[in-house]
Design a protein around this ligand. Structure first.
Ligand code: NI
Length: 200
């Protein structure tokens, strides 16, 4: 063929997707399971989710956040927020399809979270410290890990999106839902605030 036409759109490159914000019904729904994790549409969606997450500076993103009601999350765990727990390990970009999170033990901890669907805010959320998660990767292989601390927090946050849960719904002390800009101006001593009872 002397003059090949343009390539099919799915190999033209990745795309930035529109991120749903708190209040959009897609964020409240229960996402559906993916029948075939190796299907080409899943790979294309994941590539776009990764590009969207990186462009927005997120730690992770779930498919419902880009208006796709499927059980797919991508995340990475960078070293700068890890605790000293042995299972709190950095993690390269991970794609989990149809993930299942199982909590281990009763221990929880409070920590700061943000969310691309709740822009500009940060909140302190109690999360299980120790979890095991399992899901399928894009190649169809099973991924199973047991993790702690911040890594466990990231996975719980992302997988909550698949059940229509945003982090403010997990908060137990809403004095600690704040604008990031104010938090940077007025750092919060978390332990001190948590120790002090709200006067409501
Ligand atoms: Ni989120």
């Amino acid at each position: 063929m002397l003059y090949p036409g343009p390539p099919p759109s799915h190999i033209e490159g990745m795309a930035l997707l529109k991120i749903a914000r708190m209040g959009h019904p897609v964020l409240r729904g229960v996402a559906g399971a993916v029948d075939d994790p190796t299907a080409p549409w899943v790979r294309r969606l994941v590539e776009d989710m990764v590009e969207t997450m990186e462009d927005a500076g997120g730690t992770g993103i779930a498919a419902p956040q880009v208006h796709q009601p499927y059980r797919i999350v991508v995340f990475q765990v960078l070293g700068d927020r890890l605790s000293d727990m042995p299972g709190d390990v950095a993690q390269d970009l991970t794609v989990l399809i149809n993930p299942v999170v199982e909590t281990i033990g009763p221990e929880r901890a409070f920590g700061w979270e943000g969310c691309l669907s709740v822009p500009g805010l940060r909140g302190v959320v109690p999360r299980h410290l120790h979890v095991r998660y399992r899901g399928t990767g894009l190649d169809g292989d099973v991924i199973e890990r047991e993790v702690e601390g911040f890594h466990a927090r990231v996975v719980q946050h992302e997988c909550d999106h698949l059940d229509g849960i945003l982090y403010p719904q997990r908060m137990t002390d809403h004095r600690l839902l704040v604008f990031l800009e104010e938090l940077q101006r007025h750092p919060i001593d978390l332990a001190a605030v948590l120790a002090q009872k709200p006067t409501a």
